[in-house]
Design a protein around this ligand. Structure first.
Ligand code: ATP
Ligand code: MG
Ligand code: MG
Length: 372
C-alpha cells in the first residue's frame, strides 16, 4: 500500500538516531508490515536501520504488541550478554523515539517503530538446503531456551485464542450447523475427517490446563524467513518478526514449523500424492530444535513434539474448511475452492503423519538421546 512520502520522512525523524539521513527505501519480502531500510550517516560512518509501519488492521493494539516486544527483547538481551554473546546481532534492538517511547504514532493513525539493522546476515525465503531448516530450528529453539525463565503470562495475547484449537473446533461446528452458503453437503467427508479427530484437537489445551505442559513464550510465525542466518558462520543468528510473540505452547511453535516446512508440497497442491511429511526434514528440525533448546524443554514437551505438529496441521486444515463453508470470508482466495484445496493438503499431511507416527516418535527419542 502507498504511504505518503511526508509521513515516512516525518516518522524517520522521530527516533533517537544520531547523524543525517542519507537515504531510505522499501526493504525485504514481508507481507504484513511496511518495511523500509534507512541509512544514517554520522561523520564518515553509515549505519542502517529498519523502519516499519505496523499493520494495525491486523494488529488492533500496537501498544500491547510493542509492550510484548520490548519486554521480550530486553530479557533476551540480558540473557545473551550473560552468556557472552553479541546482543546487538543476536536479538532485535528496539530504537526508542526521542520521547523515549518504543513506537511513534503519527497524526494519521500510523504506528511506526525502528530497529537496528542486523548486518552480515541473511533471510531465506525457501528451504533450499536441509541445513537452513536445521539452522532455523536451532534459532527458534534457542529463542525458547533463552526465554524459559520469562513469565509468559505477563505478555498480552496479541491475537486472542490464536491457537485455541478446541475453540476453533467449536467455530467449525457452528459454521457447519449454520451452513450459510449451502456448501456443507459437498464436503461431508472433510467434515467427518475433523469430527473423527475431535479428541486430538482438545488434548494439548487440556495438557496445559492440567499443568502437564508449561505455558511458554511463543513466536507464532516460525517461518524460515523470520530467522537471520549469519553470513560468515552459516549459523542461525537471530529470530526476527516478533509481532505475534504471545503466551502459548512450545510444541505449537515447533509443530507449525513442521506443518509448512517439512511438507513436500505447497499449501494448495492439487495432486495430493505429492503431499507428504518429509521425514528427513522433520529429523533436521527436531535435531536443530532440541539443540537450540539445550535441555530447557520438559520431557512431556519433547514427547509431544510430533503431536504438536499433528495438532497444528489439523487446526490449519479445519480453519480452511471452516472458511470454505462460511463462503471464503477470511483467507484470501485466488480461485474457486481454493480453501478446499488448502484443506485437502492439510488433511493429506495429517494422514501421512498418522502413517509415519512411529517413525516420527522414534526420531524424537533418538534426537533426545543424542542431546543428553
Ligand atoms: P511476515 O510476512 O513474515 O509477517 P513482516 O511484514 O512482519 O513479515 P518482518 O519479517 O518483520 O516483516 O521484516 C521483513 C523483512 O525485513 C525480513 O524478512 C528481513 O529480511 C528484514 N528485516 C526485518 N528486521 C530486520 C533487522 N532488524 N535487520 C535486518 N533485516 C531485517
Ligand atoms: Mg517476517
Ligand atoms: Mg510478521
Amino acid at each position: 500500500s502507498e504511504i505518503k512520502v511526508e509521513l515516512i520522512e516525518n516518522a524517520i525523524t522521530q527516533f533517537c538516531v544520531e547523524g543525517d539521513v542519507v537515504n531510505y527505501e522499501r526493504y525485504g519480502n514481508g507481507h504484513i508490515n511496511d518495511t523500509f531500510v534507512v541509512v544514517f550517516q554520522k561523520n564518515s560512518e553509515q549505519t542502517r536501520y529498519i523502519l516499519q509501519r505496523i499493520n494495525n488492521s491486523i494488529f488492533k493494539n500496537p501498544e500491547q504488541l510493542m509492550f510484548n516486544i520490548t519486554q521480550v527483547t530486553s530479557f533476551l538481551k540480558d540473557e545473551v550478554k550473560r552468556l557472552g554473546g553479541d546482543s546487538r546481532r543476536e536479538v532485535i534492538t528496539v530504537i526508542n523515539t526521542k520521547e523515549g517511547a518504543s513506537f511513534y504514532q503519527d497524526t494519521e493513525e500510523n504506528y511506526w517503530r525502528m530497529y537496528l539493522f542486523i548486518e552480515d546476515a541473511s533471510c531465506f525465503e525457501q528451504v533450499s538446503r536441509p541445513e537452513d531448516f536445521f539452522q532455523s530450528a536451532v534459532a527458534f529453539g534457542r529463542f525458547q531456551k533463552l526465554l524459559s525463565d520469562f513469565d509468559a503470562s505477563s505478555l498480552y495475547e496479541v491475537i486472542p485464542d490464536f491457537h485455541n484449537t478446541p475453540l476453533r473446533y467449536k467455530t467449525f461446528l457452528q459454521a457447519v450447523k449454520e451452513d450459510k452458503c449451502n456448501r456443507a453437503k459437498e464436503v461431508q467427508d472433510e467434515i467427518m475427517f475433523f469430527i473423527k479427530r475431535e479428541e486430538d484437537m482438545e488434548y494439548c489445551k487440556r495438557c496445559l490446563e492440567e499443568g502437564k505442559l508449561p505455558l511458554r513464550v511463543t513466536h507464532n510465525d516460525t517461518k524460515l524467513n523470520n530467522v537471520m542466518i549469519d553470513n560468515k558462520t552459516g549459523n542461525g543468528l537471530c529470530v526476527i518478526d516478533l509481532d505475534t510473540v504471545m503466551p502459548g505452547l512450545s510444541i505449537f511453535d515447533f509443530g507449525d514449523s513442521i506443518r509448512f516446512g517439512a511438507n513436500t508440497a505447497t499449501e494448495d497442491e492439487k495432486d495430493l500424492t505429492k503431499v507428504n511429511l518429509d521425514l528427513e526434514l522433520f529429523e533436521e528440525y527436531v535435531k536443530g530444535y532440541l539443540k537450540g533448546c539445550e535441555g530447557s524443554l520438559t520431557d512431556a514437551e519433547i514427547a509431544m513434539l510430533p503431536f504438536g505438529a499433528k495438532t497444528m496441521t489439523l487446526e490449519c486444515g479445519m480453519r480452511f474448511l471452516t472458511d470454505y463453508i462460511e463462503g471464503d470470508v477470511y483467507f484470501r482466495i485466488h480461485k474457486p475452492e481454493h480453501n478446499l484445496d488448502r484443506c485437502h493438503t492439510q488433511m493429506s499431511l495429517v494422514l501421512d503423519m498418522e502413517r509415519k507416527w512411529n517413525e516420527m516418535n522414534e526420531i524424537v527419542s533418538k534426537a533426545k538421546g543424542g542431546n543428553l
